[in-house]
Design a protein around this ligand. Structure first.
Ligand SMILES: *Cc1c(COP(=O)(O)O)cnc(C)c1O
Length: 392
C-alpha cells in the first residue's frame, strides 16, 4: 500500500478490477449479458441490493465498473455511472433528476444536441430552460426561479472555447440550492476537475479525448453519491448503459490520457500561435493564448488549454469554405479529440439547428472554423493550414 494519494497518471493506469484466477496483467474483457447466482437466497439478496454484485450488464458489468471507478478517481468524485454516449449521459442525468415543471438555468454556449434537448424535448415535460451569455454570469441570479433545480454549463465551451468561472458558478449554485452540473468534455479530468470548484455532477462524452482514437462512443456522469443513485436507478431501468466492450476500450484509453493530452495541448498552442500571426486570420481563440479574454481564468482552473482552437478567416463564410476545401491532411469531420486533426464549420454542421441569433450570441460567426488539433507532427499540421490559407 502506498501511503500517499497517487498522482493522476498512476490512478489512470493502476485502477483495475480484481484479477481473475488467470492472474492476467491487463484487464480482461467480460462479454456477458448476465451473471449467475449461487442459489435462490443469493438471487434474492442480490436483487434486494443486500450485496454489491453484478446481476445483468444493463445494470453493471465488471468492465463498465472499472471505467466508472477510474473516472471517479480521476475527477475526485464519490460515485458515477457509465453511458453508451455522452448524450445518453446528459439526457439520463436530466431525466433522472428533474420532475415535470422544474426549471434549468444554462449557459447559452452548449453542445448542439444538448441545446436541442433543452429546446425541443424537455419542454414536452414542461421543463423550461433560461439562458445566460458566457460573459454575463452576473445575470444568473435574475434568471433563478422558485422551481429552478439545475445550473448547467460547459467550460471551455464548444466551439468558441470561452471559459466560465467555475468557482463563482459553484458559489451561486450553493447559495440558491441548485444542482451544479458541468459537461467537462473539452477539458477531460486531466486538465480540469470541476468538483474542486463546487460542481455536484460532472458529465463526459468519452467519445472525444478519453477514447482519443476515434473508435468508440461512450459517456459518464460522476459526482455526488446521492444524485448518482437516482441516475443509476433511472438508467438501470431505461437502458442507456455503456457496452462492456466500449468500457474496456475506454478504460485502456484512460491509461494514456495524460501523455496524449499533454501532446494535444502542446500542438494546439503552437497551432494557435501560428494562426494568430497569419495575415488572413481575423481572430483566434485558444484558452492559453494571452489574447484570450479569459486567459487568467483559464490558467487558474485548467492545467493546459485543451486541443480545440477556434478561428475566423478574413472574408466570412466564402473564405471559410475555400479554406476547408483546400485542406489536404486535416479531416473534415464532426468528431474531436482524435489522433487525427479535424476541421469543422460549426455554423453549417454541429450548430446548424440554432437560429442565427442564437449562433451569434454563442460566438459562432459564419466564418468560424474549429480545429481539433491531433497528434500528427505539429509541423505537418501547420504546413497544411498554411497551404490552405493561401487560397483564401
Ligand atoms: C460530443 C459532445 C457531447 C456528446 O457526446 P456523444 O458521445 O457524441 O453523445 C456532449 N458534450 C460535448 C461538449 C461534446 O463535445
Amino acid at each position: 500500500m502506498m501511503s500517499r494519494e497517487n498522482k493522476f497518471e498512476t490512478d489512470a493506469i493502476r485502477t483495475q478490477m480484481e484479477r481473475s484466477e488467470f492472474l492476467e496483467h491487463s484487464t480482461p474483457l467480460h462479454l456477458t449479458s448476465s451473471f449467475v447466482f449461487e442459489d435462490a437466497e443469493d438471487m434474492r439478496a442480490s436483487f434486494a441490493e443486500e450485496k454489491e454484485r453484478n446481476i445483468y450488464s444493463r445494470f453493471t458489468n465488471p468492465n463498465t465498473s472499472e471505467f466508472v471507478d477510474k473516472m471517479c478517481k480521476l475527477e475526485g468524485a464519490e460515485s458515477g455511472y457509465a453511458f453508451a454516449t455522452g448524450m445518453a449521459a446528459v439526457f439520463s442525468t436530466f431525466a433522472a433528476l428533474l420532475n415535470a415543471g422544474d426549471h434549468i438555468v444554462s449557459a447559452r454556449s452548449i453542445f448542439g444536441s444538448t441545446h436541442t434537448l433543452f429546446t425541443k424535448f424537455l419542454p414536452k415535460w414542461n421543463i423550461e430552460t433560461s439562458y445566460f451569455k458566457v460573459g454575463e454570469v452576473d445575470n444568473i441570479e435574475s434568471l433563478i426561479q422558485s422551481n429552478t433545480k439545475i445550473l448547467y454549463v460547459e467550460s471551455p465551451t464548444n466551439p468558441a472555447v470561452d471559459i466560465l468561472d467555475l468557482e463563482e458558478l459553484g458559489q451561486i449554485a450553493k447559495k440558491h440550492n441548485l444542482i451544479f452540473i458541468i459537461d467537462n468534455c473539452f477539458a477531460t479530468p486531466y486538465l480540469q476537475n470541476p468538483i474542486k470548484f463546487g460542481a455536484d455532477l460532472v458529465i463526459h462524452s468519452a467519445t472525444k479525448l478519453i477514447d482519443g482514437q476515434g473508435r468508440v462512443l461512450g459517456g459518464a456522469t460522476v459526482g455526488r453519491a446521492d444524485l448518482i443513485r437516482e441516475i443509476y436507478l433511472f438508467s438501470r431501468n431505461t437502458g442507456p448503459a455503456l457496452s462492456p466492450f466500449n468500457a474496456w476500450i475506454l478504460s485502456k484509453s484512460l491509461e494514456t490520457l495524460g501523455v496524449r493530452v499533454d501532446r494535444h495541448c502542446e500542438n494546439a498552442l503552437k497551432v494557435a500561435e501560428f494562426l494568430e500571426t497569419h495575415s488572413k486570420v481575423a481572430l483566434v481563440k485558444y484558452p492559453f493564448l494571452k489574447s484570450h479574454p479569459q486567459y487568467a481564468l483559464a490558467k487558474k482552473q485548467m492545467k493546459q488549454g485543451g486541443n480545440v482552437v477556434a478561428f475566423e478567416v478574413k472574408g466570412g463564410i466564402d473564405a471559410g469554405r475555400q479554406f476547408l476545401n483546400h485542406l489536404k491532411m486535416l479531416s473534415l469531420s464532426a468528431n474531436l479529440g482524435d489522433t487525427r486533426s479535424i476541421a469543422t464549420h460549426p455554423a453549417s454542421t454541429t450548430h446548424s439547428k440554432l437560429s442565427e441569433a442564437d449562433r451569434l450570441e454563442t460566438g459562432i460567426s459564419d466564418g468560424l472554423v474549429r480545429i481539433s488539433v491531433g497528434l500528427e507532427h505539429v509541423d505537418d499540421i501547420i504546413a497544411d493550414l498554411k497551404q490552405a490559407l493561401a487560397y483564401v
